[in-house]
Design a protein around this ligand. Structure first.
Ligand code: ATP
Ligand code: MG
Length: 334
């Protein structure tokens, strides 16, 4: 891995009153990486981000952000990071531009220094036309884009996003991610993000950690996580009335388990697409035509289920939550 952007060792947070929200987690994020932190309501995502961004003091353990200890040198950490909160933070009474100027001032930038940067960011977030309007008239997507622009006005090395797309419609979400990808490309920022949306993690994140009840239950690339829960399944469809090829398919190198349902076979394997040619050849050799073949990849939902024994959005995760985020809690049992 490249240079380390975030290094966390045995990090723990016990809230006054005794809730052990984060229970000794360890992980590392490489410089320039887009790292996804996934978990159900109350898992400890915001608590972790709050510790990494110096808003909350760890109870024990250690976290280095940009190589700096968050507990002992929080001011230095703050100058190198940007944060988009789970809850909206833009001031509705101010214009978009004023919100950005305020943030730049808080980071000690002179207005002269900040102005060009602000114009540039407002334009790249498609907010140039709305820049001088009050934020309370912005749509949800515009607000989030403004918050992203505010978060990077001081050109941070590392950007923390706590459920940045919550409350956005699919189009708003897609747009938001385009801006993020642009930021990564143009400014090479490292991104640490939490989300409830498994598809965002599947499509965007290079590596993922899944946190549940304050503990990391899995970490790795999407592919590696999926292999851990048994990998892919290849569905092979033969012509009706074809002879039983269970033996031939089981003999294919890389096939783990073959089940048959009439002329349809399901072959378990760590990596589906690499097995397809050999499966077709095996059928050819037996003189049986393949009518169809497809690779079934487990979803991250399935990964979560496999690792915790519970569905990702099972009932009971958001019990006792008082935060305003609960208004956006994903539908139960969905
Ligand atoms: N200030 C607090 N005082 C006491 N307990 C808290 C506090 N903030 C959070 N908790 C508890 O800590 C646990 C982790 O909460 P946290 O907000 O980190 O979860 P989360 O993964 O961000 O959840 P969500 O997806 O709902 O945002 C929960 O049990 C929560 O009720
Ligand atoms: Mg949260």
């Amino acid at each position: 891995m490249a240079e380390e952007a975030i290094g966390v060792e045995h990090l723990e947070k016990v809230y006054p009153g005794g809730v052990r929200a984060v229970q000794g987690i360890s992980f590392s994020v490489g410089s320039g990486e887009l790292f996804g932190f996934l978990g159900p309501n109350g898992a400890g995502k915001t608590t972790t981000i709050s510790m990494l961004t110096t808003l909350l003091r760890p109870t024990s353990g250690r976290a280095l952000v940009a190589g700096i200890d968050v507990a002992t040198r929080p001011r230095e950490v703050r100058s190198r990071i940007g944060l988009v909160f789970q809850d909206s933070t833009a001031d509705g009474e101010l214009t978009g531009r004023e919100n950005m100027e305020l943030a730049a001032g808080l980071f000690g930038m002179s207005l002269r220094e900040a102005r060009a940067q602000i114009d540039d960011l407002l334009a790249s977030m498609d907010l140039a036309d709305a820049a001088d309007r009050r934020v309370k008239g912005y749509s949800g997507g515009m607000k989030r884009r403004l918050e992203l622009a505010v978060a990077v006005v001081h050109t941070p090395q590392i950007l923390f996003l706590d459920e940045p797309t919550i409350g956005l419609d699919p189009q708003g979400r897609a747009g938001f991610w385009e801006y993020i990808q642009r930021l990564r490309k143009e400014k090479q920022v490292t991104i640490f993000m939490t989300t409830h949306y498994l598809d965002e993690v599947e499509n965007l994140c290079e590596r993922v950690a899944i946190i549940d009840h304050g503990k990391i239950v899995a970490m790795g690339t999407n592919d590696a996580l999926k292999e851990r829960v048994g990998g892919d399944e290849v569905e092979v469809r033969l012509a009706a009335g074809a002879p039983d090829l269970t033996g031939e398919l089981t003999a294919v190198d890389g096939a783990r388990e073959v089940t048959r349902d009439g002329s349809v076979y399901h072959v378990k394997t760590p990596r589906g697409e690499t097995l397809v040619p050999s499966l077709v050849k095996a059928c050819d050799r037996a003189g049986v035509a393949v009518e169809g073949i497809r690779v079934l990849r487990p979803s991250l939902d399935r990964v979560f289920l496999g690792l915790t024994g519970r569905a990702y959005r099972e009932e009971g995760y958001d019990e006792g939550r008082a935060s305003s985020s609960s208004a956006f809690t994903p539908r139960r049992g969905g």
